[in-house]
Design a protein around this ligand. Structure first.
Ligand SMILES: C[S@@+](CC[C@H](N)C(=O)[O-])C[C@H]1O[C@@H](n2cnc3c(N)ncnc32)[C@H](O)[C@@H]1O
Length: 393
């Protein structure tokens, strides 16, 4: 079992390791014994393992970080916690537009958000308490940024925070405990209390990245709360405080395009099915902006508390995927099986909200056969659970 210590991390980011990383990246199967054996001719067991691990992590990082993953250094945990590149760039640009010149990142991890700050033209100082992660972060950021190793509680200077309106503070606290990933604010590091104290002290922009499931009741007063989705996945709740961001507002932002909608109008009551069914973006649902999107679509929910919208106006929204309702069936196995058999449906996409229905299980029971494809959207309604045969529009 090998572990990366500071000495090994320093070697890994040095010029001495570079040719080995390049060679390992050329291996057809870097996880093979043969690849390890070839590296072991020139390297210690730990060095060879660290090089092969790095190559595997870089290829895994592609989905999150794109091309730049090729030259960055990762740990398994650090990659899991890293912000997606499109989200990090969006945040850094938003900070820059708000007049930030310098960025202090209080819990930098591998420095992905800090790197986006650098690319947006900010001067960056990153703080990371884990010494190995800090070595990799400094390599990722290059000489253009300063990485300080230690705890943010001692390294963030409150006097500087309150003196510099052009200095932004960003913190993406750890949400991990010995039991794994946690969604409790009590498990944050830096702590929730520390985040609140910095909010009090800072005169410049402050941004915190928190879990997307952060309960609304925990939102502090005087911040803008921004739920962000990327490629349809809900990725974070951001708390923003700064001159550019009207406070006590809740927004949904959809990336990569960056469309924004504010929560405000209440969600209308449920009403009859129309020609269309819209599946809202998860950021819209979490932020409470469903009413605003319903208003723009002249739509209403299919049932109270169910986040599918329906209506007949020929409207579109970047915040909702539109389906045309082709047929309305009761959500019962027998009826849906008969419909699927008659229509020759062999591939069925099943979505559901508000019903106790396991799509994978149900698909088996439906005994699908045929070459046609269809999308079934299931939800409660005043007349009982419905299965709507739809076409993605
Ligand atoms: C969620 S990660 C940050 C990821 C980063 N935003 C990125 O995209 O790469 C949080 C990091 O904060 C560090 N950390 C946790 N508590 C800290 C503290 N009190 N002071 C400094 N760093 C801390 C952890 O070691 C971890 O690397």
């Amino acid at each position: 079992m090998y572990g990366v210590d500071v000495a090994l991390a320093r070697w890994l980011v040095s010029e001495a390791a570079r040719p080995h990383l390049e060679r390992a990246a050329q291996e057809a199967d870097p996880s093979s014994l043969a690849a390890a054996t070839r590296l072991r001719r020139d390297l210690s067991g730990d060095q060879a393992a660290a090089v092969l691990d790095q190559v595997a992590l870089r290829s895994r990082a592609h989905a999150k970080l794109g091309e730049s993953a090729e030259r960055l250094f990762f740990t398994r945990d650090g990659l899991e916690q890293a912000t997606r590149w499109a989200v990090a760039r969006w945040r850094a640009d938003r900070l820059r537009r708000a007049g930030a010149v310098e960025l202090t990142e209080a819990a930098a991890g591998l420095g992905i958000d800090a790197l986006a700050g650098l690319e947006a033209g900010l001067t960056v100082r990153a703080i990371e308490r884990d010494p190995v992660t800090a070595v990799l972060a400094q390599a990722n950021l290059g000489p253009g940024a300063t990485v300080l190793t230690g705890s943010a509680e001692t390294l963030v200077d409150p006097a500087e925070l309150c003196a510099r309106p052009d200095q932004a503070l960003f913190c993406d606290p750890s949400r991990r405990t010995a039991r794994g990933r946690s969604w409790e604010v009590a498990d944050l590091s830096p702590s929730w209390a520390q985040l609140a104290a910095w909010l009090d002290q800072a005169t410049g922009p402050v941004v915190y990245k928190l879990a997307p499931g952060l309960p609304h009741r925990l939102l502090p007063a005087g911040v803008q709360a921004v739920w962000v989705s990327h490629d349809g996945d809900l990725v974070e709740t951001g708390l923003w405080r700064g001159p550019d961001w009207p406070v006590d507002r809740r927004l949904a932002v959809r990336l990569p395009q960056g469309e924004t909608v504010a929560a405000g109008p209440p969600t209308p009551p449920a009403g009859p099915l129309g020609r269309w069914l819209w599946e809202p973006d998860p950021a819209v649902i979490r932020s409470g902006a469903l009413g605003a999107v319903a208003e723009s679509l002249e739509a209403h929910p299919v049932a109270d508390q169910i986040a599918y919208l329906t209506g007949s106006a020929d409207r579109r929204s970047p915040f909702a995927t539109r389906f045309e309702i082709l047929e309305v069936l009761p959500a019962r196995t027998k009826q849906v099986r008969a419909w699927a058999a008659a229509a020759g449906v062999g591939a069925l996409e099943i979505k559901q909200r508000g019903l106790d229905l396991d799509p994978a299980q149900w698909r088996k029971q439906l005994k699908l056969k045929g070459s046609a494809q269809a999308s079934l959207i299931c939800a409660p309604s005043p007349s009982g659970p419905l299965a709507l045969v739809t076409r993605r529009d």
